[in-house]
Design a protein around this ligand. Sequence first.
Ligand code: SAM
Length: 210
Amino acid sequence: MVRIKGKRTLSSRMWLSRQLNDPYVKEAKKRNFRCRAVFKLMEIEEKFRLISSARYIVDLGAAPGGWSQLLSERSHPDANIVAVDLLQFDELPRVKAIIGDFEDESIKTQIHDLLGSKADLIVSDMAPATTGNAATDHLRIVNLMYTVIEFSKTILSRHGNLVMKIFHGGEEKKLVECLRQHFSSVHFFKPKASRSESAEIYLIALGFLQ
Ligand SMILES: C[S@@+](CC[C@H](N)C(=O)[O-])C[C@H]1O[C@@H](n2cnc3c(N)ncnc32)[C@H](O)[C@@H]1O
């Protein structure tokens, strides 16, 4: 157990201590993954097998690139992966990066152009910067995910799949109902790598109905 002393604030000491003692952080370092988030997508893949058969993939909220790393390693050798984030991140093989706000129409056009085809798989680990107010953070991520659904309708191929992160809250039922109108099935998934105290949960929408 690593203990942190010194002049840091309590919350920064707690964050650092959690990072230093987190087995997923250690494992990510050992295996040269960019962040612990990669293990969440790994668990999603173990259960739903979405990556290995995908040729055209969109990764929304991709920085620092953990999910893109896994997508690049596990997808078809000819796969085309387009990854978007507000923040710059280091290059990866077979990943075309777009730096910008996914909500901008020009960024959506760039995704279409760089992908050059309908998508088999869209993954979104995007989350607006959190405010500390659970209700506000929930509403903000749910609104962003409605934008992801609208975008999916323009780019997802028939039978394509969509993975999205949300934070639990009152609007989640309506969001799931909306997904159910467009997909054959919708599943809730809380990876073990997702901290139990975090309100995050992943929605796995399978089989786009077009
Ligand atoms: C939890 S991180 C993603 C981690 C990533 N899956 C990985 O494995 O490296 C969430 C990301 O969403 C991005 N983000 C939030 N809102 C966005 C938006 N409107 N457009 C693009 N990226 C956004 C943030 O900049 C942040 O890097």
